[in-house]
Design a protein around this ligand. Structure first.
Ligand code: ARG
Length: 406
């Protein structure tokens, strides 16, 4: 038996799930000390205040780790991969490995024996956290899942114990916010047939109340580096675009999502910056990549998004996919102007020194670009076009005797 007290590092938000985990880890699991860790991936300030206060009231040691830059970098990697899962830009999904890694660092530094999360056994986050943690020597504990807790039970337990769970964010909905997206789940929204009230949105205004606005995004090798000609670092870039595009109601998604364990759920998201950056990036790829690169990249991108959704961005496959993504993105350098208007963001101009588009090639008037190709040269191509289909159709007609003759 170890002499030292046993310690567990808990992914701590100050919400209902993680708050009830504290006494349970001590009483049901027998840990002597719980260390709460809140990782900053761009949540609103008030969430940290709440976590801080709740931790103090529970008398647990509490750490806040700033992982905003690491998270923003991962979000921008996802932009290079044009990554969305079923239409969702992966905010929660990409944040989890970053959060899990930061908690593991604290746990190891603080001599903890275990790491714990408050995820249920139904969602994706348990899988994303544990994929990171199970690579460590520490025990992994999941009280909500292992004890089969329900929200009702937790509420009752918290009331009985006088646990501090009054906080404003524990309202009707379950909300997960970070730099890249805000997700709103639960209550009447679970029913796919329910039209959401406008008050579920916090980052996006009701579209239509604002005159159109242009934003010029500059990319260097696939990464956004400046807005309207001014260089800006990733975290600030994302925050700025969330404000600017959110004011136009850009970046709302109301969708059915297939979770990893098979559950189909209704999800609502807000992600103004992600929408702007994904739209602008893809517009620049359209200008500089060849048709065959674009076509193949869609498959590469889809695989990247799948791993991103699974929380497995450290998989060797992702490394290999990024080999292709980074090589093609060496030419994704230039600017795109998007128009924000009435809930939409669409590209309206793009420029790059790597543009495959060439005015002189398109108009056939410069020999050094076309290599001497003339319009007449297309005649042979046109004669061949569809040749095999014509052969096949003739064979089908002959075999079936559909040419009218018996
Ligand atoms: N379904 C999304 C995902 O798995 C987001 C879930 C966010 N959680 C929440 N409590 N709103 O990535």
């Amino acid at each position: 038996m170890p002499e030292e007290p046993s310690r567990v590092a808990l992914a701590f938000s100050g919400g209902l799930d993680t708050t009830v985990c504290v006494p349970l880890l001590e009483e049901e699991y027998g840990y002597d000390e719980v260390v709460g860790v809140t990782v900053d991936v761009g949540q609103p300030r008030k969430e940290f205040d709440e976590a801080e206060e709740t931790a103090a009231a529970l008398d647990v040691e509490h750490y806040v780790v700033d992982a905003r830059e690491a998270f923003a970098d991962l979000c921008l990697r996802s932009v290079k991969a044009n990554a969305t899962y079923q239409g969702y830009p992966l905010g929660t999904a990409l944040a989890r490995p970053v959060i899990a890694g930061a908690i593991l660092d604290v746990a190891l530094g603080e001599g903890c024996d275990a790491v714990a999360h408050g995820c249920t056994g139904k969602g994706n986050d348990q899988l994303r956290f544990e994929a990171v943690w199970r690579d460590s020597p520490l025990d992994v504990v999941a009280p909500v899942r292992e004890l089969g807790l329900t929200r009702d039970w937790e509420q009752e337990y918290a009331a009985e114990r006088g646990l501090p769970v009054e906080g404003g964010s524990e309202g009707r909905y379950s909300i997960d916010t970070n730099l890249w997206s805000r997700s709103i789940e639960g209550s009447e929204l679970e029913d796919p047939a329910t039209i959401p009230e406008d008050d579920i949105y916090d980052w996006t205004q009701t579209p239509g109340g604002k005159a159109a606005e242009l934003v010029e995004v500059e990319f260097a090798e696939g990464e956004p580096v400046a807005l309207d000609g001014e260089g800006v670092e990733p975290v600030e870039l994302i925050e700025t675009l969330n404000e600017r595009a959110g004011a136009h109601g850009v970046g709302r998604t109301d969708m059915m999502e297939d979770r990893m364990l098979g559950l189909k759920v209704r999800e609502n998201y807000e992600h103004p910056a992600a929408t702007v950056l994904l739209t602008a990036h893809e517009a620049l790829e359209q200008l500089v990549l060849t048709q065959e690169e674009r076509q193949f990249k869609q498959q590469v991108d889809a695989q990247w998004a799948q791993k991103g959704y699974q929380g497995l961005v450290d998989a060797p496959l992702v490394d290999a996919l990024e080999g292709f993504i980074d090589t093609t993105n060496e030419r994704v350098t230039g600017t795109v102007t998007v128009k924000l208007e009435g809930g939409h963001c669409r590209p309206v101009a793009r420029e790059s020194e790597y543009a495959v588009y060439s005015e002189s090639a398109a108009s056939f008037d410069e020999e050094d670009v076309t290599g001497g190709i003339t319009q007449e040269d297309a005649t042979g191509v046109a004669k061949y076009h569809g040749f095999q289909s014509r052969l096949a159709n003739r064979a089908i007609e002959n075999a079936r005797g559909t040419d009218g003759e018996e």
